[in-house]
Design a protein around this ligand. Structure first.
Ligand SMILES: [Zn+2]
Length: 319
């Protein structure tokens, strides 16, 4: 980026050495109250890349909100030597206030990119990010957790064909890296297609719950990524082991309804045919149903739901 031009977001302009929050309009509530999204901008004196840390695209995925909040309150981004950080701890303020993944009409912001300013509320929020923020950005990390009741082992997902994203994922160095194809109309897919922007999707823990392990990994990963981008000079701690890498995954689903208990969970290596969980009939009439791993692999997610219906996702196996 030209080091004389300001980074201009909504009505905020940031010249080298300037930092501060800026409010981006995001519609209004039926009561008439205006809704805005806060972007915290930190620009070093020296030129360098612009990195976006984004959380709360799904309003009930709190670990990411906490990861970005910790970096803000720990003043991590105030120490930048080069470049710019844009930190948005909470994109989907509607979902956050309603303890919901989606916006109030039930639409998913992360399936609404790039969005339009005449579309559904989810599409308008996506459009606000696509228009106001993404054009400034060289690299982004989007923080998520498992969906309702699903625990995701701390991991970074990236677009397999994108070498920049693969390098950034390895620098972030979570326990697991998952190169795959992002869902249609997701931020990760849309940003690469429309802005040639590499996006890492961080996943860790489950919705509406803190997971200290995932939060620590998210904060350390941000430090490692900023060090690799030469934006921070203090060498961060490296993990004991390099990340495990997987490129394929599939879900094991409940063949029967009932009470579910896992015996292996996220973070475990499993062998084909190995028993990893059990479904019980609450009346004790039907025989118990053992869940066996259909292949050799690594458990990258599992459900914490005690009660499951037929077809519910129980384990996410990567290999
Ligand atoms: Zn999510």
């Amino acid at each position: 980026m030209n080091d004389i031009q300001p980074v201009a977001i909504a009505d905020g302009e940031f010249y080298p050495g300037q930092s501060g929050p800026v409010e981006v309009a995001a519609g209004q509530l039926p009561s008439g109250n205006l809704v805005s999204i806060t972007a915290h901008v930190f620009r070093a004196y020296q030129p360098g890349p612009v990195v976006l840390f984004l959380a709360g695209v799904h309003g009930d995925e709190i670990n990411g909100v906490e990861i970005v909040r910790r970096c803000l309150s720990g003043k991590l981004f105030n120490k930048l030597e080069t470049g710019t950080v844009i930190a948005i701890p909470l994109l989907n303020v509607y979902g956050f206030n309603n303890f919901s993944r989606d916006v109030p009409d039930g639409k998913d912001v992360n399936r609404s990119f790039p969005g339009t300013n005449t579309g559904s509320l989810a599409s308008r929020i996506a459009n606000g990010l696509s228009k106001n923020i993404l054009p400034h950005v060289d690299l982004a990390v989007d923080f998520h957790t498992g969906g309702r009741g699903t625990y995701n082992y701390p991991q970074v997902r990236y677009n397999l064909e994108d070498v920049r994203a693969a390098e950034a994922a390895r620098a972030f160095a979570p326990p697991l890296i998952f190169g795959n194809r992002a869902p249609a109309k997701s931020l990760r897919r849309s940003a690469l297609k429309n802005h040639d922007l590499p996006v890492l999707t961080f996943e860790g823990g489950e919705n509406l719950r803190y997971d200290a392990h995932s939060i620590d990994i998210g904060v350390s990963g941000i430090k490692r990524l900023l060090f690799q981008q030469k934006m921070l000079t203090k060498k961060p701690e490296q993990p004991e082991k390099p990340p495990r890498e997987v490129h394929n995954s599939s879900w094991i689903r409940a063949g029967r309804a009932g009470l579910f208990q896992w015996s292996k969970k996220s973070g475990f290596q499993v062998r084909k045919g190995e028993p990893i969980g059990t479904i019980y009939d609450p009346q004790g009439k039907q025989p118990i149903k053992r869940i066996k791993s259909p292949r050799d692999g690594f458990i990258i997610g599992h459900t914490n739901s005690a009660v499951v219906s037929q077809g519910d996702a129980l384990f996410h196996i990567g290999w």
